[in-house]
Design a protein around this ligand. Structure first.
Ligand SMILES: *[C@@H]1O[C@H](CO)[C@@H](O)[C@H](O)[C@H]1NC(C)=O
Ligand SMILES: *[C@@H]1O[C@H](CO)[C@@H](O)[C@H](O)[C@H]1NC(C)=O
Ligand SMILES: *[C@@H]1O[C@H](CO)[C@@H](O)[C@H](O)[C@H]1NC(C)=O
Ligand SMILES: *[C@@H]1O[C@H](CO)[C@@H](O)[C@H](O)[C@H]1NC(C)=O
Ligand SMILES: *[C@@H]1O[C@H](CO)[C@@H](O)[C@H](O)[C@H]1NC(C)=O
Length: 372
């Protein structure tokens, strides 16, 4: 499990090594990295087109962020890193009057990844506004933010995919955002893909549009809105040509075609394990679907995003199934195999469950107990 490390290594170093530095000073450094609290996000509509063909590894994006003013201010500050914002298209609309505010200038402070919109007039406290930003970016090579990855078929053909890794603070590399875990909002995502691929996000697809003959035959997948506000780092998107093994129309494992048999065991055990954990914790896992995707060369062993777990394809570790959940598991799965050794994807799955239920648990150790 990764933790959110806000101003990166620097801050952690200050916090851990400099116990004698005055706490006021430390706090001041931390605060420099935090967004002002004068404007908070409520909802994001995100549209992304990752290009994976013809050696054009870029993406086009558009984000519509509904925000609320909490204090009088004439500056809206959000996070951005390594995206190219089309300045002339940025708008801020007052949702009460439907009038676009005049943007005096747009500035960027690289150290803090702060993108500032300076407005001609103040925002009204309590009023809602909508920020629209069109931007471009490069699919990264470093497995951070929105990145490209590939695998080779047995015929020697290279197949490309696009995936995300936003923990701890890299959502800002895929879409301009209020990229701090406390600034939660609801999300609605649309992703365009070619017909030979599919797109996944945290939520299921509600509908599709296209193929659009004017736009390379791209098809838009529109995903359902998240049922509750989430932190930006919990968002995830993947576009690939993987195939799936789906259980009960609910839980899907995704893997490249030639390796899909590797997912069979996980596919057979994941849903029984989920039900067993629900029984043990007496908590209902309310997400509308769950996808687990094996990404080649994934940076972490695994990341438990809401409804979409990604893990490194080569990861083959085992973990010990706790005897705590074993009786519940047996009631869902007569032939679940050996008592203790489980493939990694199920560890990942536990992590995901943990990330969803943790807030309602007083002690994380209870969950750690199940895992060990
Ligand atoms: C990539 O493709 C898109 C859509 O066709 C196009 O708008 C963009 O300019 C291309 N970028 C590069 C670097 O070729
Ligand atoms: C942007 O506008 C603000 C408010 O008018 C002003 O204080 C600031 O100097 C301007 N910055 C630049 C780089 O023009
Ligand atoms: C994006 O963030 C990285 C890490 O902080 C930094 O090295 C890079 O310069 C940033 N890019 C821009 C355009 O600010
Ligand atoms: C797709 O679904 C969304 C959300 O339910 C809806 O707003 C939109 O109109 C739908 N689009 C089409 C083309 O059906
Ligand atoms: C998984 O594959 C089956 C066909 O094998 C398909 O019917 C189903 O829609 C797929 N599930 C998803 C979530 O795409």
């Amino acid at each position: 499990m990764e933790i959110y490390q806000i101003p990166l290594v620097l801050l952690l170093t200050i916090l851990s090594a400099n116990a004698q530095t005055s706490s006021d000073e430390t706090l001041a450094v931390v605060n420099d990295y935090l967004l002002p609290t004068s404007v908070v996000p409520i909802h994001y509509d995100i549209k992304l087109i990752p290009y994976l063909d013809d050696d054009n590894f870029t993406f086009d994006g558009e984000v519509n962020i509904k925000v609320r003013a909490e204090e009088v201010t004439d500056v809206i500050t959000l996070h951005q890193n390594d995206t190219i914002i089309e300045e002339s298209t940025v708008t801020v609309t007052d949702l009460m009057t439907n009038i676009n505010l005049i943007i005096v200038n747009q500035t960027y402070e690289a150290l803090y990844h702060f993108y500032r919109l300076h407005l001609e007039e103040n925002l009204q406290v309590g009023r809602e506004y909508e920020i629209n930003i069109k931007y471009k970016g490069y699919l990264r090579d470093d497995m951070q933010g929105l990145f490209k990855s590939s695998y080779t078929t047995s015929d020697g053909e290279t197949r490309w995919l696009a995936a995300t890794h936003f923990q701890p603070c890299r959502a800002r590399r895929a879409f301009p955002s209020f990229d701090e875990p406390a600034l939660k909002a609801t999300f609605r995502v649309s992703i365009a893909r070619t017909a030979n691929r599919h797109a996944l996000s945290n939520m299921p697809v509600v509908n599709m549009t296209g193929p659009d003959p004017d736009n390379g035959g791209y098809i838009w997948d529109h995903f359902k809105e998240t049922p509750m506000p989430l932190s930006t780092y919990l968002m995830a998107f993947i576009v690939s040509d993987f195939t799936n093994l789906t259980t009960d129309n609910y839980l899907s494992l995704w893997q490249r075609q030639e390796a899909i048999s590797q997912a069979e065991y996980s596919a057979s055990i994941s849903l029984p394990l989920l039900r067993a954990l629900e029984d043990y914790t007496d908590l209902h896992f309310f997400l509308p679907k769950m996808d687990e995707v094996a990404v080649p060369d994934y940076q972490s062993g695994a990341t438990e995003q809401w409804g979409l777990v990604t893990y490194r394809q080569s990861r083959t570790g085992h973990f010990h199934m706790s005897s705590l959940v074993r009786p519940q598991l047996d009631s869902y799965c007569e032939d679940c195999g050996p008592t203790v050794l489980r493939p990694c994807s199920n560890r990942v799955f536990l992590d995901c469950f943990k990330s969803v239920v943790q807030k309602s648990w007083s002690r994380q150790s209870s969950m750690v107990g199940i895992q060990s």
